[in-house]
Design a protein around this ligand. Structure first.
Ligand SMILES: [Cu+2]
Length: 154
């Protein structure tokens, strides 16, 4: 009798466990140790934080520079463009988290959800170096920084 009870409990646990897995990373799914991720929900970069903005209109006919965002960095972290030429920057988010590519000095901002690819146009610029960062809180500190180098063309 006792063995039978144990078996039922074991089967029930297995079924519940499988049901838990079956729901996948969508509804009802929680990070292991919700207590950790709860207070760290800001790392998810919820669009409610105001980072989810439409990208600046791409420039027709301009070269498109590919930049990959990952958790946590940009590839390449050093983006080189020629001076005096408008370019487009395409940000492809290969990370799990929401990321953006912001150039504060130029008021340039594009953002992408995980798996998303977004293109934004950048007007022609004078030669110089401009800081690039992800403005989701904590991400720049974790490595999501870079530089846009505008090179003089001779
Ligand atoms: Cu980020």
């Amino acid at each position: 009798m006792r063995n039978r009870t144990l078996l039922i409990v074991a089967v029930a646990a297995l079924v519940l466990g499988l049901a838990g897995l079956a729901t996948g990373p969508t509804e009802g799914w929680r990070w292991p140790g919700d207590g950790f991720w709860g207070p760290h929900a800001w790392m998810m970069g919820a669009p409610a934080q105001g980072h989810d903005e439409p990208a600046p209109e791409p420039v027709a006919g301009a070269e498109t520079i590919e930049v990959r965002a990952f958790d946590f960095g940009f590839e390449p972290a050093r983006i080189v463009v020629p001076a005096g030429e408008a370019v487009n920057i395409r940000l492809t988010n290969e990370g799990f988290f929401f990321h953006d590519l912001t150039i504060p000095e130029l008021d340039f901002h594009i953002n992408a959800r995980s798996g998303e690819s977004v293109v934004g146009g950048l007007a022609e610029l004078p030669p110089g170096e401009y800081r690039v960062e992800c403005t989701v809180p904590g991400h720049a500190e974790m490595g999501m920084v870079g530089v846009l180098v505008v090179e003089a063309t001779n």
